[in-house]
Design a protein. Structure first.
Length: 93
């Protein structure tokens, strides 16, 4: 992937965000951008506007890496089934 694809504006941002879906380091990427207040580009599937909004809403978070790791662990715990993807639902129908 060309890194320039992640530093786009307008409608191209949706294509750039789609590149993040399924990326094995998406959470780490987003945490890095949030913890370091990176202002430009798509990071972890979020635009700069998305990240600014999140930072304003959760201004007391001191470590996004830690918070996102906890959230990911809780989301994919052995006691909780993995979420069904829309494509999986179509196949099952």
């Amino acid at each position: 992937m060309d890194p320039e694809e992640l530093f786009v504006e307008g409608a191209a941002q949706n294509r750039a965000k789609a590149l993040c879906n399924g990326c094995p380091v998406r959470t780490e990427c987003l945490a890095h951008a949030l913890d370091n207040r990176i202002e430009h580009g798509i990071w972890g599937g979020m635009t700069e506007r998305d990240r600014r909004s999140l930072l304003r809403r959760r201004s007391t978070v001191s470590s996004w890496r830690r918070l996102l790791e906890i959230a990911r662990t809780e989301h994919v715990s052995p006691d909780r089934p993995l979420p069904v993807q829309a494509t999986d639902r179509k196949r099952a129908a």
